[in-house]
Design a protein around this ligand. Structure first.
Ligand SMILES: NC(=O)c1ccc[n+]([C@@H]2O[C@H](COP(=O)([O-])OP(=O)(O)OC[C@H]3O[C@@H](n4cnc5c(N)ncnc54)[C@H](OP(=O)(O)O)[C@@H]3O)[C@@H](O)[C@H]2O)c1
Length: 174
């Protein structure tokens, strides 16, 4: 059975005002998914939604602070810099129970942002899963897609590595 737009999940993007969140929001909005842009401030989220609606006027989009966005979304996406990954997740943890969290975090830590610095847990995704516990289905993806390409109307020729310890969640993200 083919999904209609009405059947499609609401995707809430925490830190969705940033470079990668904007690119993903544009792509998913064009694909007919209802988007919630999450931010630390409602005003910043509202500005991002205004930009998104100018690009995809047919697709509904909402602006919320991250905590409300995590409640509103069926699927939650985390797009904040690595150093704010855990603090952002800790602030929304209770709203994520039973949901898929797509984590795009690349562990780049200032000032050496040119080199991946793996956390002691082994990966940024494992670190998120450890914090959130097994009631949240963490899936990592999109770490290799450049935000500026997502924001352009171009075909991106590459694979996306999708990882996580629950097959049902990996399949949904794929
Ligand atoms: N940029 C890329 O091409 C790219 C590609 C692949 C993966 N990634 C990964 O995607 C993630 C986001 O990258 P990005 O380039 O989109 O980052 P970014 O634009 O620098 O920041 C994204 C958002 O993070 C939020 N943020 C900033 N400081 C914060 C803090 N102290 N606490 C909580 N939230 C904070 C901000 O949202 P508000 O101010 O609205 O709260 C900001 O708009 C990173 O983990 C990065 O490794 C990026």
């Amino acid at each position: 059975m083919v999904d209609t737009d009405a059947d499609k999940e609401t995707i809430a993007i925490l830190g969705g005002t940033g470079d990668l969140g904007t690119g993903l929001a544009i792509r998913w909005s064009k694909a007919g998914y209802k988007i919630v842009i999450g931010s630390r401030t409602l005003e910043k989220a509202q500005n991002a939604v205004a930009n998104l609606q100018a690009i995809s006027p047919e697709t509904p989009a909402d602006a919320m602070v991250n905590a409300d966005a995590a409640v509103a979304g069926d699927i939650i996406v985390l797009t904040v810099p690595a150093e704010h990954q855990l603090s952002t997740l800790a602030g929304v943890k209770s709203a994520l129970t039973g949901k898929i969290l797509i984590d795009v975090t690349v562990p780049l830590v200032p000032p050496k942002v040119g080199t991946v610095q793996l956390p002691q847990e082994g990966s940024a995704g494992k670190r998120a899963q450890d914090l959130l516990g097994e009631s949240v289905m963490v899936v990592t993806a999109f770490q290799n897609i450049a935000a500026h390409l997502l924001q352009q109307d171009v075909q991106i020729e590459c694979d996306v590595l999708v990882a996580g310890n629950k097959k049902v969640a990996r399949d949904k993200v794929i």
